[in-house]
Design a protein around this ligand. Structure first.
Ligand code: NAD
Ligand code: TYD
Length: 356
């Protein structure tokens, strides 16, 4: 892993991943961040990285074949980590089309460019000798498996059964990645992680939204009865798991990533209120999300036993660090809620030209 293309690196997990790579990967020569800077992309997340000579930002769309092909030809990446996506379930209910084009067609565009640059030979598929030294990693989600009842966990062999346009588009992308492996012998992995939390998460998602509303003394909108369960993982642990898969994962394999931290939404909301010294009268039970998945839970035994990965943070440690971060970075939050963060690109890179 020397020359890495990270897509969607200005978003929540992608920006944490770029910081993680720049801090921890000694052999790293170059990381190119290709990001379209949709509403979810915030270059302010990467201020520190701009001083690192190994980092380059390119403003662009993963669906842009010409641009993606040019980047591969210019930088000859050996590794691709695809985070770029439309990622918010609520938005996918209102506007599904962009989810399908970005998440599915964008993934296929990246795969095609990598296949051309890496001169993937379909015969490799039969010899099972995949092109060595190169790898494409698709960052997927546990939501592709659908919803669980009170018991059971998602394993890598659980049939995909997505319920929202978001999860359907992520499942579609996973099938395309799988097909490129099976048909052409593309050296790929797919990771399916549970809900992440931590620094730089856009305040439309549960934890940063609730922290922001608490600090503003605004109501906290809890969907339905608040008893939906999510399996939470601190974002840095997701980053370390992705690096583990890039280093040791068996090509063609799917790895679930999770930290065994199942919590009901209402538990999280009450914990945040208590930590921030606010009263439960701020809770507002609102109309439920259509198609709302009741419970997610990840069985992480494949990645822990086969690759030796384990999360470094307990939920208590992770949530304490997260709350602390949002308290110390209220200006970051204000710049998002006021929209000012969208001016950062123009001030750093000038006009609307692709930066690098
Ligand atoms: P995010 O919405 O914070 O970031 C997405 C980034 O992708 C943004 O910077 C955006 O500008 C960029 N982007 C969107 N469309 C693009 C396009 N067409 N071309 C180039 N860039 C584009 O998302 P996130 O929460 O950081 O999630 C990153 C990835 O991880 C997604 O693929 C998501 O499905 C997956 N994932 C997220 C979670 C979670 O809890 N957040 C859990 C599991 C998996
Ligand atoms: P979210 O952060 O949107 O992640 P996902 O839908 O991908 O799991 O939501 C996490 C859970 O919190 C989900 O069950 C929906 C719920 N939720 C609320 O109850 N209120 C809110 O305002 C939001 C954004 C989410």
């Amino acid at each position: 892993m020397k020359k890495v293309l990270v897509t969607g690196g200005a978003g929540f997990i992608g920006s944490n991943f770029i910081h993680y790579l720049l801090c921890g990967q000694k052999a790293l020569e170059l990381v190119v961040n290709l990001d379209a800077l949709t509403y979810a992309g915030n270059l302010e997340n990467l201020k520190e990285a701009e001083h690192d000579s190994r980092y380059r930002f390119v403003k662009g769309d993963i669906r842009d074949k010409e641009l993606v092909g040019r980047l591969f030809a210019t930088y000859d990446f050996d590794t691709v980590v695809n985070f770029a996506a439309e990622s918010h379930v609520d938005r996918s209910i209102v506007e599904p089309e962009i989810f399908l084009t970005t998440n599915v067609i964008g993934t296929q565009t990246l795969l095609d460019a990598a296949k051309r640059q890496w001169k993937i030979n379909p015969e490799d598929k039969y010899s099972r000798e995949f092109r060595s030294g190169v790898r494409y990693l698709q960052v997927s989600t546990d939501e592709v498996y659908g919803a669980l009842g009170k018991s059971g966990m998602f394993t890598e062999t659980t049939p995909l059964s997505p319920n929202s346009p978001y999860s359907a588009s992520k499942a579609g992308a996973d099938f395309v990645v799988r097909a490129y492996h099976e048909t052409y012998g593309m050296p790929v992995n797919i990771t399916r992680c549970s809900n992440n939390y931590g620094p730089y998460q856009f305040p439309e998602k549960l934890i940063p939204l609730m922290i922001y509303n608490c600090l503003q003394n605004k109501m906290l909108p809890v969907y339905g009865d608040g008893m939906q369960i999510r399996d939470w993982l601190y974002v840095e642990d997701h980053c370390s798991a992705i690096c583990t898969v890039l280093e040791k994962g068996k090509l063609g394999e799917v790895y679930n990533i999770g930290g065994n931290n199942e919590k009901a939404n209402i538990e999280i909301v009450k914990l945040l209120l208590k930590t921030l010294n606010k009263g439960e009268e701020l809770i507002a039970y609102v109309k439920d999300r259509p198609g709302h998945d009741r419970r997610y839970a990840i069985d992480n035994s494949k990645i822990t036993s086969e690759l030796g990965w384990a999360p470094a943070y307990s939920f208590e440690e992770g949530i304490t660090k997260t709350i602390q971060w949002y308290l110390e970075n209220q200006e970051w939050m204000e710049r998002i809620t006021s929209g000012v963060y969208q001016n950062y690109y123009a001030s750093m890179y000038g006009g609307d030209k692709g930066g690098s």
